[in-house]
Design a protein around this ligand. Structure first.
Ligand code: PEP
Ligand code: MN
Length: 337
């Protein structure tokens, strides 16, 4: 149940109101918006007499029942967009930050070459997997902790904040200095990992599971927010369907639906979404057009020799061309890349 406060009610009075419900055994989420402040009750609210609750308080405007299972991520609880800012990258409808970098960190030379080039082309964040979730145990598993150190060197050299995937909660100490912690598609419903990542006090980029519904995706984001994370970025990366010509089917309808249901920023990864290099640029244009809050693109200095996901990686020149094209289109929409 959500109580929407009358405009201009003092924050202290709202907190006192929330506390009264907590004393009755409910958990609460207080959401302060530009127009309205809302208090969301969590618990069994079926027996609450809504009219009575509204009429006995002089600060409540109205109350409504929430039908969705998720609360903290819900736009009905928090109508304003959440804007996630990480250094110069602003994930919102006025900007279109691009995260670029290799699937995996492979060497100092590779990650520095890519970092410098993507920075020059206009990327706002550097990505790179140090711990890789691979289908085959014989495939390259990533450089692990050494890979994270190389990302930090690249950050120092370029100023680009870094994004990397954390695969389990024992890795939390290693990720303390990473700017955005990525939770990969295969781990979207690893609830212990979500709780640990959400409690780290830093932004989390949550990728949609290979076979997850959007409701499950939002519920996983709810785990992150319940653990204390305010800066959750959702990333659509394609889902498994009967189609075999592409690695996954990139569900672009997810973007506008998610933006109706949640206040969190939504970005898209067309690299994993298609698995095919030539599809990355056309889909990136579609991703901008559909209103996503950002883009993540795998980029490699020599895709033919990449240890992971070379077939879907742009080379540095292709990435630069894509950025020039996107910049031109973004300007027409009044958005900054
Ligand atoms: C990745 O971003 O490198 C990755 C492994 O992505 P996903 O979890 O979407 O497969
Ligand atoms: Mn990859």
């Amino acid at each position: 149940m959500i109580f929407v406060m009358k405009p201009g009610v003092d924050k202290q009075r709202v907190d006192d109101f929330a506390k009264q419900w907590e004393q009755k055994g409910y958990s609460t989420i207080v959401s302060v918006g530009t127009e309205h402040t809302a208090v969301c009750l969590i618990g069994n609210t079926a027996s609450i007499d809504m009219d009575h609750a509204v009429h006995t308080s002089d600060i409540v405007d109205y109350a409504k029942r929430v039908t969705e299972q998720y609360r903290a991520v819900s736009r009905s609880v928090h109508p304003d967009d959440t804007v996630v800012k990480v250094k110069d990258a602003i994930f919102d409808c006025h900007h279109f930050p691009v995260i670029a970098g290799p699937c995996s960190v492979e060497s100092e030379e590779q990650v520095l070459t890519v970092a410098e080039a993507v920075k020059k082309s206009g990327a706002k964040l550097l990505r790179g997997g140090a711990f890789k979730p691979r289908s085959s145990p014989y495939a390259f598993q990533g450089m692990q902790a050494d890979g994270l150190e190389l990302l930090k060197i690249a950050r120092e050299k370029t100023g680009l904040p870094i994004v990397s995937e954390m695969m389990n909660q024992t890795q939390v100490p290693l990720f303390e200095e990473v700017d955005i912690v990525q939770i990969g598609a295969r781990n979207m419903q690893n609830f212990d990992l979500l709780k640990a990542a959400g409690a780290m006090g830093k932004p989390v980029l949550l990728k949609r599971g290979l076979a997850s519904t959007l409701e499950e995706f939002l519920l996983s984001a709810e785990y992150l927010m319940c653990a204390g994370c305010k800066d959750v970025i959702l990333c659509e990366r394609g889902i498994r369907t009967f189609e075999t010509m592409t690695r996954n089917t990139l569900d672009l309808s997810a973007v506008p639906i998610l933006k109706e249901k949640t206040h969190l920023p939504v970005i898209v990864d067309p690299s994993h979404g298609t698995g095919i290099r030539s599809l990355v640029a056309p889909l990136s244009r579609a991703i901008l057009a559909v209103g996503a809050d950002g883009l993540m693109v795998e980029t490699h200095n020599n895709p033919k020799l990449a240890l992971c996901d070379g077939a879907q990686s742009l080379d540095l020149e292709q990435f630069d061309g894509l950025m020039t094209d996107l910049r031109r289109r973004a300007v027409l929409e009044g958005r900054e890349i």
